[in-house]
Ligand binder design. Structure first.
Ligand SMILES: [Zn+2]
Length: 316
């Protein structure tokens, strides 16, 4: 899911370390020289979509946007904030990928002139999740884009985007949020400030994970339960059970384990070295799962490792 639940523009002070990206937006807006495609790349959970979204709002704003900020009050700004701007198109994955249907929709949209603003903006969130067919169809638009369109692609895995697409994008590096900025952002989104602070620390500056943790209160509990369940059953049986889940459930499962292990590590009680080793095993499993390695094998190896490392530790 894209990290853009709110359409508000993020205040600049919440994006320390991202001056390069913000400057690029300002420069593009004030010079009026806008490329047809940009790629916002940064680590998982970094504010790529927030910054891309901010750029979109500047491109679509109808008042003089030389400052690199959208006015927030014109018709375009209001339509965008309401999720109803006719010249803004958001492509996100459905299930595990962004499918060719989306590319065809974008192709059709791109051929129609903008309706409200002077440009048409397409935001493709996690563009590395496009299927090959979807990428190929997108490439057709990027090869000869109508002058009024701008594509904003975001990714934490640029290696998975075809070179033919990469070479047509201006790359904008995005850095992770600091815990302080993340805490502020979560509070602004309505989270209890103390809770926001705890989660900002635990999530390691990862916005997506922090939001997921906030949504799933009781998640700590679930991670602990899952860990206990693994340790009290046979690794093979537990792995068989887990391999029946779909990809996003599998990733949620290892997320829960990761959160619980990080919590234990930070509580500075118990055998930190064991928790660290367990955490490494979880991260390795997560990487393999997202590369579509056989899920049963990944879980079996993980659970054997966890049993070996954690069997004699007590829960703190
Ligand atoms: Zn405006």
């Amino acid at each position: 899911m894209a990290d853009v639940p709110s359409a508000r523009s993020v205040p600049e002070e919440l994006l320390p370390g991202n001056e390069v990206a913000l400057r690029l937006i300002t420069r593009a807006a004030s010079s009026g020289r806008i490329s047809n495609a940009y790629l916002f790349k940064g680590p998982k959970g970094s504010p790529k979509d927030l910054i891309a979204r901010r750029f979109a709002s500047v491109l679509l704003c109808e008042s003089d946007s030389e400052s690199g900020r959208a006015c927030g009050v014109c018709r375009s700004c209001r339509l965008l904030a309401a999720g109803e701007h006719p010249d803004f198109y958001l492509a996100e994955k459905e299930g595990a990928s962004i499918k060719i249907r989306k590319s065809h929709e974008m192709l059709r949209e791109a051929l129609l002139r903008p309706y409200q603003s002077s440009r048409k903006v397409f935001l493709i969130s996690d563009a590395d999740d496009m299927t090959i067919e979807a990428s190929n169809a997108l490439l057709k638009i990027l090869e000869e884009p109508p002058p009024y369109v701008t594509f904003l692609l975001t990714t934490s895995n640029p290696g998975a985007i075809p070179d033919t697409i990469l070479s047509r994008c201006q790359v904008v590096p995005v850095r992770a949020l600091s815990p302080a900025a993340l805490r502020q952002l979560l509070s602004d989104e309505g989270a209890d400030p103390q809770r926001a602070g705890e989660i900002a620390e635990l999530s390691g500056g990862n916005l997506e994970r922090a939001r997921k943790m906030l949504r799933g209160e009781g998640k700590f509990q679930r991670g602990a339960e899952r860990l206990e369940e693994i340790l009290s059953s046979s690794p093979v049986e537990a792995a068989q059970k887990c391999s029946k889940m779909d990809l996003s459930q599998r990733l949620d499962f290892v997320d829960d384990l990761e959160i619980e292990l990080v919590r234990r590590l930070r509580s500075s009680e118990g055998p930190a070295a064991s928790y660290l080793e367990a955490l490494k095993a979880v991260l390795k499993a997560r990487e393999r799962l997202s590369k579509n390695v056989n899920a049963f094998l990944v879980f079996a190896v993980l659970f054997v490792d966890l049993s070996r490392v954690l069997k004699h530790t007590t829960v703190t």
